[in-house]
Design a protein around this ligand. Structure first.
Ligand SMILES: O=P(O)(O)OC[C@H]1O[C@H](O)[C@H](O)[C@@H](O)[C@@H]1O
Length: 528
């Protein structure tokens, strides 16, 4: 395509939203008009399905749930007055509680104010708050936030070491929609033990964000925690950033949550328009469909050219992959759908893996995120007439061009600044694009049945570990691994027994393994 034709294509497909100062350029995706026409009927249906979803249809049939994250930023759209009031009341409660914490009206015993927030959660109960903190927290936030988002003991120790002198002024948010996720529960129990070891009253530092009636909710209420905030069953974990899950941590740091909601609401309004060319989420879904042939054949590489958006791709990884990565379609046919997402930030990644993008296997498309404002204030020159920001901008354009010349497609999203409004808008844009794409490929984007298999297998390993310890404690003489597996009655699980014994020994957990660890059949094991 010559330069003039490409420039015309750029202008023909450019989407611009005046109030949000938001641009979407899809000119470097090499679809043609015929492709667009073939997808139009699918979009007609997707727009109708989305409309029904927003009106309260059971859009998550497996779990028999409504899908209502769009109501969070425009409560008037909630299907019943009760739901509307619940949304608005929770928002007011978040603001009221935050103000009391920030002004010291609620304060820790013997101290004027809370200084820090420790957020414990995983998956959708961590990725949004982490992304938003990285993107929007001021240098000196009202309360500084820290995260435990795993059951890694060393990771927990690191966070607790950072907080050791401030635990008495740290507010602990325990976030779990189900209220039963083991990683989060473990983090909570460990943190509680540290509080108790320092004679600090954990409940008066603790806040729960969870589904009403969950185990966590019951615990918080029975122990008299400072507060509890609801997580609704009609909001999925990966679309919960604009519920209490994301809003409370953001508000605590001094981030303007009303602006986040406003940005999302404006983006929702435009992505509700049932016309492809006027709807940026539909345009994204079109591009994803084109790139991967409607089967996820190409990966989505997300490259924000702005450090504060570093965690956007990690956030999108869950939103996109947990929503779209499905074995079956809505009719039960095996389809193995999904789109893989990865990326960190430009231009940093230019010096890491962009070599492969330009010249290697062409199994991806890029989404560049461009931020027009370099920084607040004037930049110094690093060369005559050139700033660091000019470099960043030039590198984005250069990479986009170099990829295109080598037949690698890209989308470019442009925002004026990284601020609460644009971050809210980006979240809403991708939530809607994922929803529309889910309808295009006819899958349930709102459940995650595949996650359960690993959880069940992990629970079985922990059961096996208990049996191993019981048998070893009852036995006098050392046993080979196969003898041990026989005695437990699970000869087929000998590999699992080997793996868990190796872990127990490394952590002085009451087993002695003798022999050559590289030759498992030579090992003898006994209780220490
Ligand atoms: O918020 P929770 O109930 O603790 O769930 C945390 C996460 O765990 C699960 O395994 C799901 O796959 C995620 O969608 C969810 O966000």
């Amino acid at each position: 395509m010559d330069a003039a034709t490409l420039w015309q294509r750029y202008q023909d497909w450019l989407f611009y939203h005046k109030e949000l100062e938001f641009y979407l350029d899809i000119s470097r995706m090499r679809f043609d008009d015929a492709f667009v026409e073939t997808l139009r009927p699918k979009f007609e249906k997707a727009f109708q399905d989305m409309d029904a979803l927003e009106k309260g249809d059971i859009a998550n049939p497996d779990e028999n749930r409504m899908v209502g994250h769009y109501w969070l930023r425009d409560a008037d759209l909630a299907p019943t007055p009760e739901l509307r009031d619940e949304i608005l009341n929770t928002l007011e409660k978040i603001e009221d509680f935050t103000e009391k914490i920030q002004t010291g009206a609620i304060h820790p015993s013997g101290k004027f104010q809370f200084t820090d927030v420790l957020s414990i959660g995983i998956g959708g109960s961590a990725l949004g708050p982490e992304f938003v903190a990285e993107a929007l927290a001021p240098v000196s936030p009202a309360l500084a936030i820290h995260f435990i988002d795993n059951t890694d003991p060393a990771g927990i120790d690191k966070v607790m070491a950072q907080l050791q002198d401030k635990l008495d002024t740290t507010l602990v948010l325990v976030i779990s929609k189900s209220g039963g996720t083991p990683e989060t529960r473990n983090g909570m129990i460990e943190v509680k033990k540290v509080y108790e070891s320092k004679n600090l009253n954990f409940p008066s530092h603790a806040v729960a964000i969870t589904g009403t009636g969950s185990n966590l909710d019951q615990l918080a209420k029975s122990e008299g925690w400072l507060a509890t905030f609801p997580m609704y069953d009609w909001v999925g974990g990966r679309t919960s950033e604009l519920s209490a899950v994301g809003l409370l941590p953001a508000a605590m740091q001094g981030i303007d949550i009303r602006e986040m909601l406003e940005g999302a609401k404006e983006m929702d309004a435009v992505t509700r328009i049932p016309k492809l060319e006027d709807n940026p989420a539909a345009l994204l879904a079109l591009c994803w469909y084109f790139a991967g042939n409607g089967k996820g054949e190409k990966d989505m590489v997300v490259l924000p050219y702005k450090d504060s958006l570093l965690l956007f791709s990690r956030y999108l990884q869950q939103l996109v992959m947990e929503s779209l990565g499905k074995e079956k379609d809505l009719e039960g046919n095996v389809v193995h759908q999904g789109i893989a997402v990865y990326g960190n930030k430009g231009s940093t990644d230019q010096h890491a893996y962009v070599q492969q993008l330009r010249e290697g296997v062409a199994n991806f498309f890029v989404t560049f995120i461009e931020v027009l404002e370099d920084r607040q204030g004037i930049s110094p020159e690093v060369e005559p007439g050139v700033t660091s920001g000019d470099y960043l901008s030039g590198l984005l354009q250069g990479t986009r061009q170099a990829l295109y010349e080598n037949l690698r497609d890209s989308i470019t999203v442009t925002i004026p600044q990284v601020n609460p409004r644009t971050v809210g808008a980006l979240i809403a844009l991708y939530e809607r694009a994922v929803g529309l794409y889910g309808f295009l490929v006819n899958i349930n984007a709102y459940h995650q049945p595949g996650v359960e298999a690993g959880k069940k297998a992990a629970a079985a390993v922990l059961d096996l570990q208990k049996q191993v310890m019981q048998v070893l404690q009852a036995e006098g003489a050392p046993l080979s691994l196969s003898e041990l597996a026989e005695k437990i009655g699970t000869p087929e699980r000998v590999e699992s027994i080997y793996m868990l014994l190796r872990h127990l020994q490394a952590n002085q957990r009451g087993v002695v393994l003798e022999g050559n660890p590289g030759q498992p059949s030579s090992l003898k094991v006994s209780a220490s």
